[in-house]
Ligand binder design. Structure first.
Ligand SMILES: C[S@@+](CC[C@H](N)C(=O)[O-])C[C@H]1O[C@@H](n2cnc3c(N)ncnc32)[C@H](O)[C@@H]1O
Ligand code: SF4
Length: 465
């Protein structure tokens, strides 16, 4: 049987291709975005989104947490001052809702929100009154009766069973738990103690019956993780049976997130080989239980909507993981959050509260940075996302959809794939480029050959395989 473990037999192959590549949640990567967008570039696209009644997700960012997890790269403020949430909502977030309401008013229509997602930081930072107040305000732009999905990220250490039932009474039907790892030592190293019993006790029969979908976030590459610890963590995940699992590699960038160095005061991080060993152990276990791989780092049970959309070719990868593809436009509100509007616009809000707030006080989009994609970038984004979600690329469908001749248009890129073909990571079949089982490990790197914003060698070609 070909298992994902085959990669571990060839350390040279691993070294040759274990090269950093973006995760391609967005293309071009955020680091290329700039401030060259006008207010009207954004507002006109928002009006078009509303006029065309495009199915849209509303993301709401709550940027507060009670305690720092030392691995974390999310935008969040650590505070014990509970009054800050109400202040944030009243002095800024609600102004952004007002701004969106006024943009919709200009069109004479409303946004067609089909999904709402509260993320962070930690939405569980809000108490029940604050949650209700936020929902009441959102009622001005969201028709909650029209939603197909309402999700909330849950920090399991900060909620009791009755809070989950409260979310249900508010219409929430999907919960996403930050689990990361169940091993006590690993939890100690990352400053996040949450025994698996905590989650077991929350996921009662009643809770499970009230929510359509439960997701677990897990991380690979944390300090103290070994093949044995990750095996037990995944066994526990399989026993708890969430509908979806996000199994992300730890992003480690201590220059931007210096607190990440605190993870290593007692032990080291797994190296490139060990990370791969941990990852294959986890994906082999999930795949040999009932889980379907719904993208590079995502899994879902067969009954889950994402598994179903994957089989129909509709699944779409974005910052919410593998999604059903129903809402590829995301209007994101809150400090630091970023939106994907229609086919061609990304924009991100300010990280700093004073900038975020002062723009909103003046009725302006609080633009930190953004990007408008041209047709070439739209094609490249689709190609890269296909490698990351489906592990293959159908050249015929790209030709038909964009009216190009793939082999001519991407001559240079196809040449740059030579080593990948030679080493058996990809092969051609019926005008498709398909990644082999081993090649799947390098899906982002293969896709990165189509990224026109980066240049130079993508592999350690001096290493012989
Ligand atoms: C906003 S948090 C989840 C909600 C809540 N704050 C919690 O932690 O329970 C979103 C997810 O981002 C992921 N994350 C945070 N830092 C990361 C990193 N350095 N690399 C990869 N994923 C990371 C974690 O898996 C985390 O569950
Ligand atoms: S992982 Fe979640 S709880 Fe921990 S610091 Fe990051 S956002 Fe906050």
């Amino acid at each position: 049987m070909i298992t994902n473990k085959n990669i571990l037999n060839d350390a040279n192959l691993l070294k040759k291709y274990d090269v950093y590549a973006f995760d391609y949640i967005e293309y071009p990567h955020k680091s290329f975005w700039n401030k060259n967008l006008s207010q009207d570039d954004i507002k006109s696209r928002l009006r078009k989104l509303i006029n065309d009644q495009v199915s849209t997700m509303l993301y709401v960012h709550i940027p507060f947490c009670e305690q720092l997890c030392t691995f974390c790269i999310c935008h969040r403020q650590i505070t014990s001052d509970k009054s800050i949430a109400l202040k944030y909502m009243k002095e800024s977030l609600f102004l952004e809702i007002d701004l969106m309401k006024s943009i919709a008013k200009e069109t004479g229509k409303s946004f067609n929100f089909k999904e709402v997602y509260f993320g962070g930081g930690s939405p569980t930072f809000l108490n029940e009154e604050e949650f209700k107040l936020l929902k009441e305000k959102l009622n001005e732009i969201v028709d909650f009766k029209n939603l197909n999905q309402f999700s909330v990220e849950i920090d399991p250490r900060r909620v009791k069973f009755d809070r989950l039932l409260f979310y249900h009474t508010q219409g929430v039907d999907k919960l996403s738990f930050g689990v990361q790892d169940f091993n006590p030592k690993v939890q100690e190293y990352i400053n996040r103690i949450q025994p698996s019993k905590l989650i077991d006790d929350l996921l009662t029969k009643e809770v499970r019956s009230k929510f359509k979908s439960i997701n677990f976030d897990l991380l690979v590459g944390l300090p103290g993780q070994t093949v044995e610890t990750i095996s037990s963590t995944i066994n526990e995940v399989i026993r708890l049976r969430p509908d979806r699992v996000a199994l992300a590699y730890l992003a480690y960038n201590p220059d931007y997130h210096p607190h990440q160095r605190h993870m290593m005061t007692k032990t080291l991080l797994p190296d490139f080989y060990e990370r791969k060993e941990l990852f294959v152990t986890a994906i082999d276990k999930l795949s040999s239980s009932d889980y379907v791989r719904t993208g590079f780092e995502h899994f879902a049970l067969p009954h889950d909507d994402v598994s179903k959309s994957l089989s129909k070719g509709k699944a779409y990868y974005n910052s919410f993981g593998a999604t059903t593809g129903e809402c590829n436009s995301v209007l994101a509100i809150g400090r630091s959050s970023y939106s994907t509007i229609g086919e061609d616009l990304y924009y991100q809000n300010f990280y700093k509260q004073n900038e975020y707030q002062s723009y909103l006080e003046n009725g302006q989009i609080p633009l930190e940075r953004g990007w408008i994609l041209d047709k070439d970038s739209i094609i490249r984004r689709e190609i890269i996302k296909n490698f990351r979600t489906y592990f293959e690329l159908d050249k015929t469908s790209i030709n038909e959809k964009y009216n190009i001749s793939f082999d001519d248009y991407f001559k240079k890129e196809l040449n740059s794939l030579y080593e990948f073909y030679k080493d058996g990571l990809i092969y051609d079949e019926k005008n498709k480029i398909i990644t082999s089982e081993t090649g799947k490990h390098f899906a982002s790197l293969i896709g990165s050959n189509f990224d026109s914003f980066i240049s130079g060698e993508r592999i350690n070609s001096r290493i012989e395989v």
